[in-house]
Design a protein around this ligand. Structure first.
Ligand code: GLN
Length: 495
């Protein structure tokens, strides 16, 4: 039976390319045409067909010569926080509009080395700050003004964020896979809202070199695809030590995350935290998660009730630490070395002020102000230092939980994807991150997989969290679920 290239996913498409049933150039053209056809989603920022086709031709040459990498010719698209030589990089900020990096981020270079062909750069919240992909400051391909990204399951809804362009593009099958970054949930939550699979590895596992910094002690790159098997292939190529470029890169050899996909789940202890099922959880999400947990029991897993008592504190702790780090990281955008510079100014200080006032969007400014405040003398002890102490306690709570269970499972977000424009209160938005922030603060790997559908036929994501460096457990648990279900194979209507 013939199957469309965009229905294949990474694993099958890679095999197809290796067997020369399709060329890299043909695959690239196919996906570029889809990206253009569906550009109303606002998922792509930069597209450059010539740059993509040049990369594809190089992969066809490698395939012909027999020295191709494992993912030769597989198209991928990168969240616009990863710098790329062949495409402009903006972090969806007016501050960096048109910026061209002289080098590729390590993860981009590694994926290219494995054979991936870059289709383009993906829209997101400005500097990865947000949970809806409504805070983009750059016009996507086909538009002349910034647009919120649209969820392919219902274009009046958000795709989640901040990696919303990545999630929407994978869900609409405009690309077989995408990279994302997750500081407090930005891979897992949009994966959940768009019905795809996304994994954030352990902090330090994927290099941060060339990833535009938001909050350095939390930022982590990861993979987004339709299935756990696809994510395992992408993640295996992305991860590994990069100690020369990233001081927090863990010096531990790269792994084949696909090696244990088929392990049995017999006897797996799934910890279900009481705190993830409280009042704020919508009924439709609760029902889908409960059904997914029931499916795991059928697969041989055992449900273990656990406690993560400081879950609620993760929100204030994260929204003190991440703006603090952001205020420091974003001080480099001063209009001098690169980025936007105001046209008219009186003196140096005026130039800084005007350039930053014009270049940054509202949410970014809000966070710079919060961050500067909590780091200032007198407030540092009261906020920042306290938050760091509670962060440590949150990490300890996870270690206590992992004495009782192998993986932790729960919802990734309290609701299905909300309508575009509905979330106007920043604090309400921050509160919706409650299920993803704890694992981020503890540096743990987390995954979201399609668990079913809620109100309006919108996808619900199941979050799995494992102990440090146990990404393969997460992918194994997700893969076995996907062998027994077809939620990850369903496509939104019209795509
Ligand atoms: N929604 C969270 C925030 O706004 C997470 C963002 C992220 O992980 N990059 O900070």
């Amino acid at each position: 039976m013939s199957i469309a290239l965009h229905d294949m996913g990474v694993a099958r498409l890679a095999a197809h390319l290796r067997e020369k049933k399709v060329s890299s150039v043909e695959a690239a053209r196919h996906f570029l045409a889809r990206a253009r056809q569906h550009q109303h989603l606002g998922a792509f920022l930069a597209l450059d067909e010539e740059a993509t086709l040049a990369q594809a031709r190089a992969q066809d040459a490698a395939l012909a010569a027999g020295d191709a990498g494992p993912l030769a010719g597989v198209p991928i698209a990168h969240k616009d926080v990863f710098v790329t030589r062949d495409f402009a990089t903006t972090a969806a900020s007016k501050m960096l509009a048109g910026y061209r990096s002289p080098f590729d981020a390590t993860i981009v270079a590694r994926l290219a080395q494995a054979g991936c062909v870059t289709l383009g750069k993906l829209n997101c919240d400005e500097f990865a700050m947000g949970g809806a992909s409504e805070n983009s400051g750059v016009a996507p391909a086909g538009f002349d003004a910034p647009q919120p990204v649209r969820n392919p399951w219902d274009p009046s809804r958000v795709p989640g964020g901040s990696s919303g362009g990545s999630a929407a593009a994978v869900a609409a099958r405009l690309t077989p896979a995408a990279t994302g970054s997750d500081t407090g949930g930005s891979i897992r939550q949009p994966a959940g809202f768009c019905g795809i699979t996304g994994i954030k590895p352990t902090y330090g596992r994927a290099s941060r070199h060339g990833m535009i910094a938001y909050a350095s002690s939390l930022d982590q790159a990861g993979a987004m695809g339709r299935s756990a098997e696809d994510c395992a292939l992408i993640l295996s190529a992305m991860c590994g030590p990069d100690v020369a470029h990233d001081s927090t890169s863990v010096d531990r050899p790269a792994e084949d995350y696909g090696a244990r996909l088929n392990d049995s789940l017999e006897g797996l202890r799934i910890g279900v935290p009481e705190e993830f099922f409280g009042d704020g959880l919508a009924d439709d999400v609760r029902a889908a998660i409960e059904a997914a947990l029931g499916e795991y029991e059928k697969l041989g897993a055992r449900r273990v009730p656990i406690r993560l008592p400081r879950t609620q504190l993760a929100v204030p702790v994260y929204y003190i630490i991440s703006p603090a780090e952001a205020s420091s990281n974003l001080s480099r955008f001063d209009g001098v070395r690169y980025g936007h510079r105001a046209r008219d100014y009186a003196d140096l200080l005026d130039m800084y002020q005007k350039s930053r006032a014009e270049g940054f969007g509202e949410e970014v400014k809000r966070r710079i102000m919060i961050g500067t405040y909590v780091l200032s003398e007198g407030y540092y002890d009261a906020y920042y230092l306290q938050a760091q102490k509670i962060r440590r306690l949150i990490a300890q709570d996870f270690q206590a939980a992992f004495a009782q269970c192998d993986v932790i499972a729960g919802p990734v977000a309290p609701t299905v994807a909300p309508p575009i424009g509905a979330q106007t209160d920043p604090v309400a938005n921050y509160l919706a991150d409650v299920y993803t922030l704890p694992a981020s603060l503890a540096g743990l790997p987390g995954l979201s997989l399609p668990a079913g559908f809620g109100a309006g036929g919108l996808p619900v994501g199941l979050q799995l969290i494992a102990n440090h460096f146990q990404e393969s457990h997460l992918l194994n648990a997700a893969h076995r679920f996907q062998q027994a279900s077809d939620f990850h194979l369903r496509a939104p209507e019209g795509f």
